[in-house]
Design a protein around this ligand. Structure first.
Ligand code: BV8
Ligand code: ZN
Length: 274
């Protein structure tokens, strides 16, 4: 019977101090203290729509204007937020590892770009990124941080406003490709869509070779991301979970630090962010 995960910071610091290949898996909880709504619970709703319903190719096909309004709202929120101490602690620890010739990678489910803005460099964005668009016709990918991304979306996206009260945005006024003027969509992996094979392969390699895995602010319900930490535990390597929840997600993990990760992570990584 595996012993229950412990929350001993000293014991954890001994382990991470000896680790050579570290992976940090992150979810919406790592950006919660920056003001970005999480997916589960109240945060998972935009107007009357579940985020998981709008984040699908079916929804975009049926109503691209509504899905673009949803992602316009997500972009504006992400662009107006700042990285928090959890993001900063991970970026600072990566730099420390680089100086010491150790490997440190962030594998994130988040599309808000806050890890990058905090200074992390070794990042794999499993589910894409709000700052990029891809053309539905020529597949050209563009980085686009314009706000709003097109005139027709200016002032739109407010979660408090019901769809019916707003005029539908015509297709030809939605964001266009800089190459072929075709309709672009957010460069986001939607439910039912495959992840970018290079990102998936690189993530699998890291998960299969790391000697320590941190799991931070995720409910671990979405696959394939949800199977990564259990894969590390199955190899008998230490997994440390950081989550608001009291109860550990998986008894196979060695450590569980409950509370806001903007507090627990800097403490566990022993980094001073002043
Ligand atoms: C795929 C982009 C091939 C969109 C996202 C196997 C079994 C069952 C189902 C499947 C399976 N394999 C595939 C599926 C289908 C599906 C899936 O997993 N469905 C789930 C719902 C069961 N997976 C897919 O479709 C994937 N594609 O597998 O392709 C295929 C296709 C079809 C069928 C088979 C195979 C693609 C999945 C990617 C979808 N896109 N995001 C967008 O952002 O708009 S997923 C999205 O939801 C996020 O990126 C993230 O991954 C997930 C949300 O989870 P979390 O980030 O964990 O957030 P959540 O709110 O749930 O939890 C927050 C946690 O933080 C909580 O625990 C909370 O306690 C904690 N917390 C809160 N505040 C704090 C905190 N912790 C610390 N500090 C705090 N302050
Ligand atoms: Zn195009």
């Amino acid at each position: 019977m595996s012993k229950r995960p412990i929350s001993d910071y000293n014991e954890f610091q001994k382990i991470i101090g000896q680790a050579q290949n570290i992976v940090a898996l992150t979810g919406a909880g790592v950006s919660a203290e920056s003001g970005i709504p999480v997916f589960r619970g109240a945060g998972g709703l935009w107007r009357t729509h579940r985020a998981t319903d709008l984040a699908t190719p079916t929804a975009f096909k049926a109503n691209p204007a509504l899905v673009w309004e949803f992602y316009h709202y997500r972009r504006e929120v992400a662009f107006s937020c700042q990285p928090n101490n959890a993001h900063k602690a991970l970026a600072k620890y990566e730099k420390l590892c680089k100086e010491q010739g150790r490997q440190f990678w962030v594998i994130t489910q988040n599309v808000d770009g806050l890890h990058k803005r905090a200074g992390s460099e070794n990042i794999l964005e499993l589910h894409g990124c709000l700052e990029k668009v891809i053309c539905t016709k020529c597949r050209h990918i563009d980085v686009n941080r314009e706000s709003p991304i097109c005139e027709a979306l200016r002032g739109r996206g407010d979660p408090a406003k019901a769809d019916e009260t707003l005029p539908i945005i015509p297709l030809n006024e939605l964001p266009k490709c800089s190459k072929c003027k075709g309709l672009v969509r957010p460069y986001i992996v939607w439910f039912g869509e495959n992840l970018d094979p290079d990102v998936l392969d690189k993530s699998r390699d890291l998960v299969e070779t790391c000697d320590l895995c941190l799991v931070i602010g995720t409910s671990s319900v979405v696959y394939p991301a949800a199977m990564f930490a259990p894969m590390v535990a199955e190899r008998g390597k230490p997994v440390a979970e950081f989550n608001l929840n009291e109860d550990p997600f998986d008894d196979g993990f060695c450590f569980h630090f409950s509370g806001p990760c903007g507090t627990t992570l800097p403490k566990a990584l022993g980094v001073d962010l002043q």
